[in-house]
Design a protein around this ligand. Structure first.
Ligand code: SAM
Ligand code: GLN
Length: 283
């Protein structure tokens, strides 16, 4: 019996996903690569290899779920963030490339030789906390989340990557670290307004990770309010926000005694990170 080859499957898979995904070819490569335990380069190098019927069947089932809107990362259970191979489950947000802007801005302010204390609020898969911990081995990083399931994924990622300078705490924002202070507080909190039509395309992801309430600013406001009381002298806060929230977040930070506020843009040129320093360090 004639067997279908890797390159034929990738071609038909990409065509199948094209109406549903902007990255149809890449999606097909990641899905087939997962089934065959091969990287994308290996798939390209072995395009003429035949694929076993049960693997063809598994690929078709994944394509069907992808067409229904399931993110590739949930189908493969993996996502790259800051060159870290992270495990992800539907209990955590799929880490986004724009969040690397937040990591970059924090790293710029964290000297390599300084053993700083860093807090990542709402850590999800642990993406931000783990990227900073990997880049700054002397730092002590704390990642928090309200979701125990998310913290389990973050812990597993830390263990899998052999990153030991992160501790995990559960709780509502600063309740997880009631009496601790940090040199840096970073967060990518939920910030999508509850009636934002964009949520329709994000249905596979946890609602609590995406939307904090009606305006979308509720979590950012709570974090801005609590940040100053949890910063050490000379510390800073860096918050990711939606592309249309830069002014609102700057105003929130200013109203809680932060100065020298800078706005940073993501790779697409949209303002996505607000950076603030307390006017005086302690109230
Ligand atoms: N930091 C991860 C990232 O950038 O990929 C996940 C960010 S996701 C947008 C927001 C995270 O905040 C979710 O993991 C969610 O469970 C958590 N979260 C939501 N409300 C929270 C709260 N009140 N206190 C602590 N964490 C919360
Ligand atoms: N960046 C995500 C999106 O709009 C939202 C994540 C968040 O609310 N922090 O797809």
């Amino acid at each position: 019996m004639m067997q279908v080859t890797i390159s034929e499957l990738l071609r038909s898979g990409a065509a199948d996903l094209a109406p549903h995904s902007e990255s149809a070819r890449l999606d097909a490569e990641l899905l087939l690569g997962e089934i065959l335990s091969r990287g994308r380069a290996q798939l390209a190098a072995h395009g003429e290899d035949p694929v076993e019927p049960q693997n063809v069947q598994a690929f078709r089932m994944m394509l069907a779920r992808r067409r229904e809107g399931m993110p590739v990362a949930y189908l493969t259970g993996r996502r790259e963030f800051w060159s870290l191979g992270l495990r992800v489950t539907p209990q955590v947000l799929v880490p986004r490339p724009e969040t690397e802007t937040l990591v970059e801005s924090a790293l710029e302010l964290l000297p390599r030789a300084h053993a700083a204390r860093v807090l990542d609020l709402g850590t999800g898969s642990g993406a931000i906390a783990l990227a900073i911990a990997r880049e700054r081995p002397l730092c002590a990083v704390v990642g928090t989340d309200l979701s125990p399931e998310a913290l389990a994924v973050a812990r597993e990622n830390a263990a899998g990557l052999g990153i030991g300078n992160v501790a995990w705490r559960r709780g509502h924002w600063f309740d997880a670290v009631p009496s601790e202070r940090f040199d840096a507080i970073v967060s990518n909190p939920p910030y999508v307004a509850a009636d934002d039509p964009a949520l329709a395309a994000l249905q596979a992801e946890p609602r609590e990770a995406l939307t904090p309430g009606i305006t979308g600013l509720e979590a950012l406001a709570q974090i801005a309010a609590g940040a100053r009381g949890h910063l050490l002298e000379g510390g800073f806060v860096a918050l990711e926000h939606g592309a249309d929230q830069a002014e609102a977040v700057a105003a929130l930070l200013a109203s809680h005694g932060f100065r020298l506020i800078r706005s940073l843009r993501d790779a697409a040129g949209r303002p996505r990170v607000a950076l603030g320093f307390p006017e005086t360090n302690f109230p």
